[in-house]
Write a protein that binds this ligand. Structure first.
Ligand code: KIV
Length: 272
């Protein structure tokens, strides 16, 4: 990571392909606000994803479906103000690109114009190929997303591992190839068997970034609030928690409440 931070002053879609070619793993995390983006960017992350997981993490919805384009633009513009180096990829929310390619392009243009993000991410393969192509014609970089695609949760019925059977694995491989041929600059694979993810990563020239997709891919992405241990009710096998912020923050809040109630805070040095 330190090597990549020194070598790349500013991450572009080209630097990511270069990283893949040089066997430098790509590190990606989510952010939805200015303060978090500033910290994550300064730590040296390569890609910040303004994920539609903001719908769960920031707004408390059960799924990613309710978040709107306006809300995604609000989150993305806050993130963009906080970064100096990372590539900022913004999710196109549910309903903003599936219907027809013209509205997909309009949505992507709004994201780029109004948030200052650098690329968009769309979930799906052949079903959305027209939308992907049309967005690319406007010069907007597109990241694909296959495997578990949370915007289709009501079709899948659960958040379990995808593409475990032959037919689904074959469809995923074809979709991955198609997205590369259309011109996507990278691909996220979510919750698929590690062996399949490795095979896809090796067969493509664009970087493949995994979440619950094993170590044979070109990079990893996690939801920042999960890896910091702020969301303690979520325990998927793929999640490594680097902190237990839920407990740490609870301790700090409890101490603050105690200090206020006991008149310990503010003390003489904390007043004018
Ligand atoms: O919205 C999101 O956070 C995502 C990642 C889980 C890849 O799409």
């Amino acid at each position: 990571m330190a090597k990549a931070k020194k070598d790349y002053k500013r991450i572009t879609t080209k630097s990511l392909v270069e990283m893949k070619n040089n066997n430098i793993k790509i590190a990606m995390l989510t952010a939805y606000d200015y303060t978090m983006a500033k910290i994550v960017d300064n730590a040296g992350i390569d890609i910040i994803l303004v994920g539609d997981s903001a719908s769960n993490v920031m707004a408390g919805h059960e799924t990613t479906l309710p978040i709107t384009l306006d809300q995604m633009i609000y989150h993305a513009s806050s993130v963009v103000r906080g970064i100096e180096r990372s590539l900022v990829v913004v999710d196109l929310p549910f309903g903003s690109y599936q219907g027809n390619s013209r509205s997909a392009l309009d949505s992507a243009i709004r994201i780029m114009k109004e948030s200052g993000g650098h690329a968009v991410k769309l979930e799906g393969g052949s079903e959305i190929s027209e939308s992907v192509s049309r967005i690319l014609t406007a010069g907007i970089p597109v990241m694909g997303h296959l495997g578990l695609t949370p915007q289709s949760i009501y079709k899948f019925g659960s958040y379990s591992v995808r593409a475990k059977d032959y037919d689904e694995a074959e469809k995923l491989k074809q979709d991955a190839k198609l997205l590369e041929e259309l011109g996507c600059f990278a691909l996220v694979l979510e919750k698929v068997p590690a062996k399949l993810a490795k095979e896809v990563a090796q067969s493509l020239s664009i970087p493949v970034i995994g979440i619950g997709a094993g170590n044979g891919v070109d990079g990893q992405v996690l939801v920042t609030h999960d890896m910091l241990g702020m969301t303690h009710e979520f325990h998927p096998r793929f999640l490594r928690r680097y902190l237990d912020l839920y407990s740490e923050m609870t301790r700090a809040f409890e101490q603050y409440i105690k200090d206020v109630k006991s008149c310990d805070f503010p003390n003489e040095n904390e007043q004018y």
